[in-house]
Design a protein around this ligand. Structure first.
Ligand SMILES: Cc1cc2nc3c(=O)[nH]c(=O)nc-3n(C[C@H](O)[C@H](O)[C@H](O)COP(=O)(O)OP(=O)(O)OC[C@H]3O[C@@H](n4cnc5c(N)ncnc54)[C@H](O)[C@@H]3O)c2cc1C
Length: 385
């Protein structure tokens, strides 16, 4: 692992930052408040090769890795444009299909995911399972060569923007017990698939949905990978998801700190700008250190993942997501405080980040479940569940 980014990585960082800054937080919030999607931004990011940077070149991707995709996510978020579907479409789904899909599945889905013309949602969470994915009950039964899928999912992001959803279920043969996930790509226009929007207090152009699968019939080739040994296949996508969650939070932390620093440098109510008072400068310095530390762990996780060390990447990805979530919540909180009353105005745009920053503590895996993982896996402590 090198601490110095290559010329290509630096150039990518600059190019993504320049594109995202062109849109900026005003665009992102305007779209969110109008209930619209950031279609122009998504398709430009796709055309410039940013969305599919981690996907194989043979299927239209950039041929790089999770390091580069997390860098894209971080820069977009640092410029006020953290798009959730980046976490889902190329990082989880693109990775799983390129690693475990058939030749036909790769040809059908990866080029579109890579250039942004296809957005694929991801559905694992269920109302009665939540953090305990071993309890999911969405079930697939065979009918001839087809599969018929029944179940319910919740908090699924971007279904209304998506052409397909990668659904995590289980086959009838593995209906109970520890999860042996079966993964299906289901086009969103398939009969029997319905969704309703969940009203959130997040200011985000991407919405969350309850998804209902009422005997959804899909052909045999909707199944991605093996039908009963897919836990490794699932985690091939969930570790990238955690790395991307960390990248989004690191970017949001940088965004908040930058806003606060710009403000406290010039705002003056005593003899000197308020940024000279250590009551403000020290917490911001601390936030900066915490974000940089979280970023380092995120880069370690991405590097391990790209090197094929799945076990090492899992531990690092969990730690990075935890550290980035905590650091960004604190950075956003301190940014609001640093702006005083303006911290709560629409004009300064930092209050909108308060709820959004909490997302990194809850999803894709909660702070507590990461602490459980570290306690049990890294420290060898007994489980409480
Ligand atoms: C904006 C948003 C977007 C999302 N997008 C998607 C998506 O696209 N696809 C998808 O599948 N899911 C998505 N999710 C769901 C997300 O992954 C879940 O919300 C998350 O995994 C937590 O599950 P839960 O909400 O059911 O909380 P619960 O599991 O009910 O947990 C509630 C609280 O209890 C704690 N807790 C639970 N069990 C334990 C334990 N054993 N020890 C200690 N504490 C515990 C949790 O940490 C949490 O604090 C999204 C969620 C949000 C908010």
């Amino acid at each position: 692992m090198s601490f110095i980014e290559t010329e290509e990585q630096k150039a990518l960082r600059q190019a993504v930052a320049a594109m995202a800054a062109n849109y900026g937080q005003d665009y992102y919030l305007e779209k969110a408040r109008a209930g619209q999607h950031t279609t122009e931004l998504w398709s430009e990011a796709g055309k410039l090769g940013f969305i599919g940077v981690n996907l194989p070149e043979a299927y239209g991707g950039g041929g790089a890795g999770m390091y580069e995709l997390s860098l894209v996510m971080e820069e977009m978020s640092a410029n006020g444009c953290a798009l959730l579907m980046m976490v889902v479409s190329p990082a989880i789904n693109g990775t799983i299909i390129s690693k475990f899909g058939t030749e036909e599945q790769k040809k059908r889905w990866i080029p579109g995911i890579a250039d942004g013309s296809i957005t694929m949602a991801f559905a694992i969470t269920e109302p009665d399972a939540g953090s305990n994915s071993h309890r999911i009950t969405t079930t697939a039964r065979r009918d001839g060569s087809d599969w018929i899928i029944k179940g319910q999912k919740t908090f699924i992001s971007g279904v209304d923007q998506a052409q397909a959803i990668l659904v995590v279920g289980r086959t009838e043969d593995h209906k109970t017990g520890n999860l042996k996930p079966a993964l299906f790509v289901i086009p969103t226009d398939t009969p029997g698939l319905h969704w309703t929007k969940i009203e959130m207090e997040l200011v985000s152009p991407e919405s969350q949905f309850q998804v209902f699968l009422d005997d959804v019939r899909v052909p045999a080739d909707a199944l991605v990978g093996s039908e009963d040994a897919a836990i490794a296949q699932l985690f091939a996508g969930l570790n990238p998801e955690r790395i991307m969650g960390a990248a989004s939070a690191v970017g949001m932390g940088r965004f908040a700190i930058n806003k606060a620093v710009d403000y406290v440098k010039t705002r003056q109510v005593w003899k000197t700008p308020i940024g000279s008072h250590q009551g403000l400068s020290h917490p911001l310095a601390q936030n900066h250190i915490e974000i940089e530390l979280a970023k380092l762990m995120m880069q370690k996780a991405a590097t391990l993942y790209d090197a094929g060390d799945d076990f090492g990447a899992a531990e690092a990805a969990n730690m990075a997501k935890y550290a980035a979530g905590e650091a960004s919540v604190r950075a956003v909180d301190q940014a609001v405080q640093s702006l005083g009353g303006n911290g709560l105005t629409k004009e300064y745009g930092i209050a909108a980040a308060v709820t959004a920053s909490k997302l990194a503590r809850i999803a894709p895996v909660s702070r507590e479940m990461i602490l459980n993982f570290v306690a049990q896996t890294s420290l060898g402590l007994p489980r409480s569940y």
